[in-house]
Design a protein around this ligand. Structure first.
Ligand code: MF3
Ligand code: CO
Ligand code: CO
Length: 295
């Protein structure tokens, strides 16, 4: 985006000082070392995070990971996806947080549960998990006003060779993406690394859904595509917080949205898997705020 956004003179300064913009980076005694925050807001609408913000997102991230652990403990064939919703909903509230998906743009439940051919945004309901299914669970709690977004794909019962393959390729894709995160690299580098890995394993990368800025809201600028070109796109700087969440199909790249307006499925009904973490760009490189081991 070439166009610059105008920052109101009386709004809190993008640099995070807590002062009005006109009395800080928008004023005569602006500190040049803080201008990157102003620049990223003006050029891209990206709100860089301060250390206190990162700590709060880390805390939301710990809750999100504990929620996924709870679901994993209870996951079994025969369970309905609505039972997963109840677990996530009740646990989130008990921890003093709010599930971000609930009523988000009309989404009716507190978690996304996406089985087998479902790429993402599966709405919990009557569908029952069967032995051999792959089940993605995507949780986003809002804790003290901060959002952390994380998902994993689990096996229920004994997985087929195909199920093992797509789940392992998707996890490796997230790892390849995270490995590209460091100041000076671009968002295109992340997408390039993911696409190269997926297509090298003869899998395909979903285009319609992308990673995103997160922390102050569920979905913030920038978009983080899981495909792309080296050296293209926005340059990463410390304080950027965003998700990487590649959706990888065993078959073709095309998708359909079901009549519920949310559920995205592979057009060829092939298996699709996804892993997501929320990361922050640091001076040293990257820190995951929702860390779990990746192959
Ligand atoms: N958690 C999803 C993501 O990773 C977004 C789900 S939107 C919802 O961005 F409304 F379906 F919850
Ligand atoms: Co996300
Ligand atoms: Co998510």
């Amino acid at each position: 985006m070439k166009q610059k956004r105008k920052i109101g003179r009386n709004v809190p300064c993008p640099c995070g000082s807590g002062k009005k913009y006109k009395r800080c980076c928008g004023g005569p005694q602006a500190d040049p070392s803080k201008m990157v925050a102003v620049d990223y807001m003006q050029r891209y609408g990206i709100r860089l995070k301060q250390a206190v913000d990162v700590e709060a997102i880390r805390k939301a991230g710990r809750l999100a990971l504990a929620t996924l652990d709870l679901v994993e403990q209870h996951l079994r064939p025969g369970m309905s996806t609505d039972e997963i919703n109840t677990l996530v909903h009740d646990y989130t509230l008990a921890q003093g947080a709010v599930p971000a998906p609930l009523n988000y743009r009309g989404f009716p439940k507190s978690v996304c549960v996406s089985i087998n051919e479902v790429i993402c945004h599966g709405i919990p309901g009557e569908r029952r998990i069967e032995a051999g299914d792959i089940v993605n669970v995507d949780v986003t709690p809002i804790l003290d006003g901060y959002y952390a977004d994380v998902n994993k794909t689990f096996f229920a019962g004994e997985p087929s060779a195909e199920a093992r393959k797509i789940v392992s390729v998707a996890a490796q894709c997230l790892r390849a993406g995270i490995e590209m995160v460091e100041p000076g690299n671009t968002l295109g580098d992340i997408g390039w690394a993911i696409q190269r890995h997926a297509e090298g394993q003869e899998c395909s990368v979903v285009r319609e859904f992308v990673g995103h800025g997160v922390g102050f809201a569920f979905h913030e600028p920038p978009q983080v595509p899981h495909f792309g070109q080296r050296h293209e796109g926005i340059k990463m700087v410390p304080g950027m917080v965003f998700t990487i969440e590649p959706m990888i199909n065993l078959g073709g790249v095309s998708l359909r949205i079901l009549d519920d307006k949310w559920t995205a499925v592979t057009a060829d009904r092939s298996l699709s898997a996804q892993f997501e973490q929320t990361v922050v760009v640091t001076e040293a490189g990257v820190e995951s705020l929702t860390p779990y081991p990746l192959p």
